[in-house]
Unconditional design. Structure first.
Length: 248
């Protein structure tokens, strides 16, 4: 099977998965709902909140998209090992496991990117409409690109981790908890600077001026470190996936 056909097959397969659409829904509707709630609070009493600009209100909700990206990344691979174990049919059609994993990674990038393209302008527009203040287009574009990159890298990291476990339960729980409730990297950063070099903490400034902890890496170094972690994990995942193939 050619690369384009393998990619088309993986894309079609992913678009038929309810869990993948659940990830899209979490990113889109979750971000929109939080933006509406925050914007309503600002509109009702601007002096009672820490941020009032539409961009700040909108981007305060953007980290929730990380959860959606994580669900997508986990689902793309873990779905192969549920039910009738689709992985057997997948490898029969495409014996090259590196090609399979590459196609899945591209699907994650495409689906998360499209979700970001729809979600981010929509949340910014809603925040602007409810609050009534103007928005700097260059700043909005820059911050959207940074947040979209964070979402994409998070989705790819989730994909790589799922390759190691094959089951989606553990990576889904750990990564979602880490990204939305208790960041293990954040806790580590309280006692050691090493915490700032872990993926989620390294790339956190990609969201722009969203309030975060002091210290750590800047936007560009942080993005490079997070991208480096993503590349390293994907290479390791490809090696593990290939080794399982050769070992039968």
């Amino acid at each position: 099977m050619t690369r384009s056909r393998a990619l088309a097959a993986e894309l079609h397969k992913t678009l038929t998965l309810p869990a993948a659409w659940a990830g899209v829904t979490v990113a889109l509707l979750g971000s929109l709902l939080i933006t509406v709630l925050n914007a309503y609070a600002v509109h009702a009493d601007p002096s009672a909140v820490a941020f009032t600009a539409p961009l700040e209100v909108a981007f305060a909700a953007m980290p929730l998209g990380t959860v959606g990206a994580t669900v997508i990344g986990v689902t793309v691979f873990s779905s192969e090992f549920t039910g009738e174990r689709q992985i057997t049919a997948t490898l029969a059609a495409v014996p090259d496991r590196v090609l399979v994993l590459t196609a899945k990674a591209i699907v994650v990038v495409l689906l998360v990117a499209v979700t970001a393209v729809v979600t981010m302008p929509l949340t910014i527009g809603v925040a602007r409409l409810m609050i009534g203040e103007s928005v700097s287009i260059p700043e909005a574009v820059t911050r959207c690109l940074g947040a979209a990159l964070y979402w994409i890298l998070s989705g790819l990291i989730a994909l790589a981790v799922t390759v190691f476990t094959r089951s989606g339960v553990v990576p889904m729980v750990v990564l979602i908890v880490n990204g939305s409730l208790v960041s293990f990297s954040l806790l580590l950063s309280k006692v050691s600077a090493l915490g700032f070099w872990l993926p989620d903490m390294a790339g956190r400034r990609l969201f722009g001026d969203v309030p975060t902890v002091e210290g750590g890496l800047g936007v560009v170094p942080g993005a490079l470190v997070m991208a480096g972690w993503t590349a390293l994990l994907l290479v390791a995942a490809a090696a593990v996936f290939h080794r399982r193939d050769t070992m039968g």
